[in-house]
Ligand binder design. Sequence first.
Ligand SMILES: [Zn+2]
Length: 138
Amino acid sequence: MKGSACARCAEPVERDTSFDTDKGPMCVRCFTDYAAEHQPEKKLDIKELKARKEMIEAETTGLLPRQILLGLIEDGYDRLMNGEGKFDQEVERLATDIQKMAGLAVARNVMNVLAALGKLVEEQEEEVRGTIRRLGTL
Ligand SMILES: [Zn+2]
């Protein structure tokens, strides 16, 4: 590539100081700009970025789903606005609801882990039984 020119700025480039791209060789500065322009984030408009953010949030709500938390807060706020509750009571109720929800979520997680472990142990037992049977035939 000795003696060739940058595909963007036409400056002469050497093999060891240039980058090959689908547009041809580029000098370091042009390659950096080119790479920045081709970042996937740059291609997304605001609507697409928002959709992606929502998707990531939905995937990462984890233990306490955001929608349910928002619902709890809104319910408390509505009761306050309608004069049905006192601020301290609503905060207390919210804290209790969140604790209950977290407790249930953790219990559900533990049950899932136990179920997965149980299945694994069963498989291991079956494997050991199989090995013992094979040993008997040797
Ligand atoms: Zn260049």
